[in-house]
Design a protein around this ligand. Structure first.
Ligand code: SF4
Length: 421
């Protein structure tokens, strides 16, 4: 491999690492005779997760890290003095094919800084995907970032070659986005999102009439929000996510804890570390909305605008609603069983299936995979000796279930409170 290209790759892969919106979920396309690659199986460079939880590998890279924009939260902003590089369309295409043939990757995640203007940049991204598909018959996974402000024509063309398209919201509130990224606004993000949605829906209608009508971004779209760079609450973030999930083609919203890369910029908070616990809680809340039938206003509201960092959002909801418990495992419906802390989707389904044959007790639930350490305070079943949340208090249950580190902190606070008093 050409040393110059390798050097560029090093720079551009490093520049791409802050974008987390690249899980390769949604497409299952096998290898066909006369084509190269597929969207399933293997190992590689950047690990992402498919919708079924399978780990897959992508070449995650930028076409260029030059950018005419100056977004405060971005390492690649034009005012930063850092090594810059640009791959030509053919260099990137050859690199992808070569990595694929060597079995390093199963697909490509391609983004770019904005050069000249959004359409000029988008056109080059589209050419990469087009050449891969049409010249090299590449059948592997392609995820393209749509450049904010790109035209409908180019987004439409991108959708013909990419499995997934994504446009990053980055900052949930427009006034904060404008403060940190003056060249962007919500319109430049939401317009391409709408083009993608229309493309996917039109294509699925076409395919109902004509079996071989071209597919459009069959894995739908995703987006990313940065957490902790601005003052938005978890409520602001999750309400926007919930609204985005109402859109039929939005598959995933990713949350990226703000990494303090531009410490000199006084518009940004001085974070010593990215808010990883908060990021994790947001993902848990996101799962509650997507798989546990929670509505966003049950997770966060005006009284609780931010997620509890010490306990997960499902446990937090349960402790705020002791009146909903205990749940009778042998009688309750699936939706209510799903709401019990310590019971996941798989266990809830197994409970419903198993209780048809016999009454379930402590040991059967344990065998099914229920985390009894948590669930015991919220359920009744045959032969369960424990006291439930209503016989104790939510505060007592909370302190019993706090992770060790949080417990130690709480004890220290309690001590200092006692001494100060
Ligand atoms: S447009 Fe993208 S690459 Fe350019 S500064 Fe903003 S976030 Fe960074």
């Amino acid at each position: 491999m050409n040393a110059n290209v390798l050097e560029k790759l090093k720079i551009l892969a490093e520049s791409a690492k802050y974008d987390v919106s690249c899980a390769s979920s949604g497409t299952v396309r096998a290898n066909k005779p006369g084509t190269l690659g597929n969207t399933v199986g293997g190992w590689g460079i950047c690990h992402s997760f498919a919708e079924d939880g399978r780990c897959i590998s992508l070449l995650k890279v930028m076409l260029t890290n030059y950018c005419i924009y100056d977004c405060a939260y971005c390492i690649n902003r034009r005012s930063n003095d850092l090594p810059r590089a640009t791959l030509s369309v053919s260099e990137l295409v050859d690199l992808t094919i070569e990595f694929y043939r060597r079995n390093y990757i199963e697909g490509l995640f391609l983004s770019s800084g904005v050069v000249r203007n959004p359409d000029y940049t988008m056109e080059r991204l589209v050419r990469v995907a087009k050449d891969l598909r049409e010249v090299h018959r590449f059948n592997g996974y392609i995820h393209l970032k749509s450049i904010p402000g790109a035209s409908r024509e180019l987004v439409n063309e991108a959708g013909r070659y990419a499995d997934r398209l994504s446009v990053n919201v980055e900052i949930p509130k427009e006034e904060n986005l404008k403060l940190l990224a003056p060249e962007k606004d919500h319109k430049s993000v939401f317009a391409p999102m709408l083009y993608i949605q229309q493309g996917v829906l039109e294509s699925s209608e076409e395919r109902k009439k004509f079996r071989y009508a071209p597919r459009f971004a069959p894995a739908g779209q995703s987006t990313q929000m940065i957490v902790g760079a601005t003052a938005e609450s978890d409520k602001d973030i999750l309400f926007l996510s919930s609204a985005l999930y109402q859109r039929p083609t939005m598959k995933r919203v990713y949350y990226s804890g703000y990494v303090s890369v531009n410490t000199y910029d006084t518009r940004l908070p001085a974070l010593k570390q990215p808010p990883l616990v908060r990021e994790n809680r947001l993902y848990q809340a996101d799962w509650l909305m997507r798989f546990y039938q929670f509505k966003v206003n049950e997770i966060v509201d005006d009284t609780y605008p931010d997620l509890d960092l010490e306990i997960d959002p499902k446990l937090s909801w349960a402790l705020r609603h002791p009146e909903q418990f205990p749940v009778d495992i042998n009688k309750a419906d699936y939706e209510m069983i799903l709401r019990v802390p310590g019971i996941g989707v798989k266990s809830a389904k197994l409970i419903i299936a198993s209780r048809r044959y016999s009454k379930l007790g402590y040991y059967q639930l344990k065998k099914i995979g229920v985390v009894m350490k948590k669930a015991q305070y919220f359920i009744t079943c045959s032969e369960l000796p424990m006291r439930t949340v209503n016989e104790m208090t939510p505060q007592t249950v909370r302190s019993l279930l706090l992770p060790k580190s949080a417990k130690k902190k709480a004890d220290e606070n309690q001590l200092s409170f006692v001494f100060n008093d």
